[in-house]
Design a protein around this ligand. Structure first.
Ligand SMILES: Cc1cc2nc3c(=O)[nH]c(=O)nc-3n(C[C@H](O)[C@H](O)[C@H](O)COP(=O)(O)OP(=O)(O)OC[C@H]3O[C@@H](n4cnc5c(N)ncnc54)[C@H](O)[C@@H]3O)c2cc1C
Length: 410
C-alpha cells in the first residue's frame, strides 16, 4: 500500500502526542511533514514555569529531540510558520515559501495569549508568557532588580509571579477577581493561597481594574494606572489574562471556527473530513480546552482515525487543576463551588493550613477543592469522573480511599 502524506501544522504538545500515538498504531501509513513556527523541537510547555523559577533548564524540558523526528523519518521544518493552505490542490505553504502536499492535514496551532487592549499595552517591557522566547525574555528582564507587575491572578499569572519573585524581582499581582484563582478555588482556599504567597514576598491588588499602562520618554513601561486613579510603578508588566485559540489560518482556509476550529467526535473538522484538529485551537461540542490532559485524550482519538482504525470517539473531558509553585499544594475539579441543590462536606484546619471541600449532589461527588493536602485528589477525580453513587462511602469520603480501594490501586 503506498504511503499517504500527512502534514501537521504546529509542532506543539497536542500535535506531537497525536503523532506518537499514530506511530504506535500505524508506523508505515504516512509520510509525515511537520511545520513549527517556533525554532525548537517539541518541548513541555507546562514546564516553562519551573524554568522561569530557575528549577529546570530549557534542555530538560525537551520532549522530542531532533533525533526523534529523524528516527521516525519525519520531515521537520522548525522556525517556519504556515501562512496559507490551498484546499483545492491540498498544498500547505510556509512563510519562507516551503510547500508540502497533503492527503490528511492536522491543524494544532494552539493558542495566543490575550493582551488587554488598554492604552500602553504595546510599550516596551509589556510582555506575554506563552513560549520559550517569552520565558527567555522574562529571565533576561529579571536579571536587573526591578518591579514587576503581573496582570492576572490565574494559574499562569501566579506561576509567572512566583518565577519572577524567585529571580529577585519585587512582584505585584493585579487581579480583577475577588480572590486568587477564583475560577479554580473557592474563597477559603483562595485566601489560604494568598497568605502562602504573601509569605514568599508577593503582593496582591484584588478587584483591581487596569485602566492604562504608562510609559516614559523612551516608550518603556513605568507604571500601571487603575480605574480608581491609583498608580503602581512597574519596570516590567506581564499579561496573563487568558488565551484565545489560534484560528487565523483555519479561518483563512474557510474552515468553520466558533470559539475554535469546530471538530466532530472524531477530531475531523466539520468543514473538511481530510483535515483534523487537536489541541487548544480545536472546539469540540463548544469547548476549547486549555490544559494538557484533555488534549492528550483528543490525540488518542485523532490518531485512531488517522490510522484508519475508525473506532474511537472523543466525548469531551473533565478537567482538574494544579498549581506548579513548589511547596504549595492545591487541587480542584468539577463543581467545587456547590450551590442550592448540593451539600458540602468541609474540613478547615487553619493551623495546619489545610482546607478540603467536597461537593455532593444526588449521592454523587460532583466537585472537590483541596488546599494544603492534595494526596487524595486523584481518587476524588476518579470518583467524580465515574459518577457512581457514593452509598456508604459518603461517611468516610473526607478521609480518603478506604483500605480496600487502596489495595486495589496498588
Ligand atoms: C507557562 C505555562 C504553564 C502551563 N502549565 C500547565 C499545567 O500545569 N497544566 C496543564 O494542563 N497545562 C498547562 N499549560 C497549558 C499547556 O501548555 C497547553 O494546554 C498545551 O501546551 C497546548 O498544546 P497545543 O499543542 O494545543 O498548543 P501549543 O503547545 O501552544 O503548540 C502550538 C504550536 O503551534 C505553533 N504554530 C501556531 N501557528 C502556526 C503556524 N501557522 N505554522 C506553524 N506553527 C504554528 C505554535 O508556535 C506552537 O509552537 C501551561 C501553559 C503555559 C504557557
Amino acid at each position: 500500500m503506498s504511503k499517504l502524506k500527512l502534514v501537521m501544522v504546529g509542532n506543539g504538545m497536542a500535535g506531537v502526542r497525536t503523532l506518537e500515538e499514530l506511530l504506535q498504531l500505524a508506523p508505515d501509513r504516512y509520510d509525515i511533514t511537520v511545520f513549527g513556527a517556533e525554532p525548537h523541537p517539541n518541548y513541555n510547555r507546562i514546564m516553562l514555569s519551573p524554568v522561569l523559577a530557575g528549577e529546570q533548564t530549557l534542555d530538560q524540558i525537551v520532549l522530542n529531540p531532533l533525533s526523534w523526528y529523524q528516527q521516525h523519518h519525519i520531515t521537520l521544518h522548525v522556525g517556519k510558520r504556515v501562512v496559507s493552505v490551498d484546499r483545492a490542490t491540498r498544498t500547505v505553504r510556509a512563510d519562507d515559501g516551503t510547500e508540502a502536499r497533503y492527503d490528511r492535514l492536522l491543524l494544532c496551532t494552539g493558542s495566543k495569549p490575550f493582551m488587554l487592549p488598554v492604552p500602553g499595552h504595546t510599550l516596551k517591557g509589556v510582555m506575554a508568557y506563552r513560549d520559550i522566547a517569552d520565558t527567555q525574555a522574562l529571565i533576561e528582564a529579571a536579571a536587573r532588580p526591578g518591579r514587576a507587575v503581573v496582570i492576572g491572578g490565574g494559574l499562569l499569572g501566579l506561576e509567572a509571579a512566583n518565577g519572577l519573585r524567585q529571580r529577585g524581582m519585587d512582584v505585584t499581582v493585579v487581579h480583577v477577581g475577588p480572590w486568587l484563582l477564583d475560577r479554580q478555588l473557592d474563597e477559603a482556599a483562595g485566601r489560604l493561597l494568598q497568605g502562602a504567597l504573601e509569605a514568599r514576598g508577593l503582593r496582591f491588588c484584588l478587584q483591581a481594574h487596569t485602566e492604562a499602562l504608562l510609559g516614559d520618554a523612551e516608550d518603556r513601561v513605568r507604571a500601571l494606572r487603575f480605574q480608581d486613579g491609583r498608580e503602581i510603578p512597574a519596570d516590567l508588566v506581564v499579561m496573563a489574562v487568558g488565551i484565545r485559540p489560534n484560528t487565523e489560518l483555519a479561518e483563512q482556509m474557510g474552515l468553520l471556527v466558533q470559539r475554535g476550529i469546530v471538530v466532530h467526535d472524531t477530531l475531523q473538522t466539520v468543514t473538511d473530513a481530510r483535515i483534523y484538529s487537536v489541541g487548544e485551537c480545536a472546539a469540540h461540542r463548544g469547548t476549547a480546552y486549555g490544559l494538557v490532559a484533555p488534549l492528550y485524550e483528543q490525540a488518542k482519538v485523532a490518531a485512531n482515525h488517522l490510522a484508519e482504525w475508525g473506532m474511537a470517539r472523543y466525548a469531551g473531558s473533565q478537567t482538574s487543576t494544579k498549581l506548579k509553585v513548589t511547596g504549595i499544594d492545591l487541587f480542584s475539579a468539577g463543581d467545587f463551588m456547590g450551590g442550592e441543590h448540593s451539600e458540602a462536606i468541609v474540613l478547615n484546619d487553619p493551623y495546619r493550613g489545610i482546607y478540603k471541600k467536597l461537593v455532593i449532589r444526588g449521592d454523587k461527588l460532583v466537585g472537590a477543592c483541596l488546599y494544603g493536602d492534595t494526596g487524595d485528589g486523584s481518587w476524588y477525580f476518579e470518583l467524580l469522573r465515574e459518577g457512581h453513587p457514593l452509598g456508604p462511602l459518603r461517611d468516610q469520603l473526607m478521609f480518603g480511599p478506604p483500605a480496600a480501594a487502596l489495595t486495589a490501586a496498588h
